[in-house]
Ligand binder design. Sequence first.
Ligand SMILES: Cc1cc2nc3c(=O)[nH]c(=O)nc-3n(C[C@H](O)[C@H](O)[C@H](O)COP(=O)(O)OP(=O)(O)OC[C@H]3O[C@@H](n4cnc5c(N)ncnc54)[C@H](O)[C@@H]3O)c2cc1C
Length: 480
Amino acid sequence: MKIVIIGSGFAGLKLARKLNNKPNVEVLLIDKYNYHQFQPLFYQVATSSLDASNISFPLRKAFQHSKNVRIRLTTVTDIDTTNNCVKTDIGDFDYDVLVLATGADTNFFGNKQMQALAYPMKSTVEALRLRHHLIQNFEDALRVKNNSEELKPYMSIVIVGGGPTGVELSGAIAEMRNKILPKDYPELDFSTMKIYLVEGSPKTLGVMSEKSSEQSCKYLHELGVTVINNTVVKEFDGYKVTLSTGETIETKTVIWAAGVKGNIPGGIDPTLVVRGNRIKVDRYNKILGFNNVYAIGDVASMETPKYPTGHPQLANVAITQGKLLAKNLLKISSGSREPLEEYEYHDKGSLATVGRNRAVVDIPHPKIHIGGFLAWVFWMSLHLFLIVGVKNRVQIFINWMYKYFTFDQNLRLIFRGLGITDNAQLPQHQLPTVQQHLQTLIPDEKAGVPVTQSNQVVTPSPAQVPTQPASATSVAKVVV
Ligand SMILES: Cc1cc2nc3c(=O)[nH]c(=O)nc-3n(C[C@H](O)[C@H](O)[C@H](O)COP(=O)(O)OP(=O)(O)OC[C@H]3O[C@@H](n4cnc5c(N)ncnc54)[C@H](O)[C@@H]3O)c2cc1C
């Protein structure tokens, strides 16, 4: 049986590993990157705590000794379910069984201005881009250090979305401001630097328990983060953010952690796509109406009595769906008469960290909440356990210990020439208008989303930009 898996994230990689060297199946694993990305630690790459290679694992290494798993590095553009083939930049591939494990991408909720100017964090490359911007921002601030008005936008950072990603990122940036940046840039006064976390709902970590929400907010206050609840970001012109309350914040840095939507290649019937751009699947992860096409992980929406609107978009859901699908596909390929197993998600708990010695853990059965140092140690141990590759695990552990004892890290490096966008490098009058920039967006009709070209430098004038309210839905939560 020829199985094509699109996507080597948590779901696709687990599935391919479980089918590795098994009889009766040939696997083709397709991804646009040649490595698996450990998304929960993107924020540590963005804040110079970890090297990008520490959270990435080369796919070819994972299947070096495989007899039946082959890999192709390309983007799937379309699926032809009539002829059982997927279309890619490097040619077409036939399948007997197709599995979509394409995950999710940032959702800007149609706000093109935000898409053009804010920094998302949904890939290692985007995490690196954010890291470079954060460091370059302070290099640029030095140019205007004697003019307090001009300096203001460089000394404020706005993070949109108070889910785990926004909370973890705010905490990490606050720790940089408190411990590292004043040593790196003695000419700048970091007591004036502001970090704002803007959340549309009444609380941060709204997907977790009341206690965790409250505690996360307390930790953020302790670290000096200004949390603004019940508020959404309406506009950003590259220099100033306008909130739904009418207030404005001068900033050159808006980080977008406010929503995700499923990645669906062309060829999927739009009537199968539900909220969050996810594909409706049955309890076996089979896409409704098909016999041989499946979706797993973030891109799949399976309605169950416990999860009537689909499962949360979490690594553990993706991993367990990949695992079960492998089991069921092996039964099918061997002609076994054993019944296939339905998927049921068992929530083992959720956790998030806000910084050194500060984390929150919720365990559902028995209902336990842990906060502080113990929760932080738990958070670290779990992430070390989950990361792919022994070398990565050892390197991350050493990095974390080094940082814990020295309050420092050596990764604040800007690598030029990588096609990294950075609006901060040019004074305002040299930047093209957002209208010009929007013309350079490549319409990705398959996904229905315009994709920005790299190296675009923009500033919009609000009058030129069709603005839409940004929703402040939380990005995926953190789960054991
Ligand atoms: C910043 C951040 C922090 C997070 N923290 C946590 C956490 O702490 N705990 C937790 O449980 N979850 C967390 N999540 C969510 C978790 O990462 C996702 O639920 C999980 O990655 C979903 O796995 P997946 O396999 O469905 O998709 P992904 O892991 O996103 O993998 C999808 C893969 O498909 C590939 N792909 C997509 N489209 C195509 C195409 N057309 N052609 C070829 N390849 C394609 C992509 O390159 C990618 O490799 C976090 C997510 C983010 C962004």
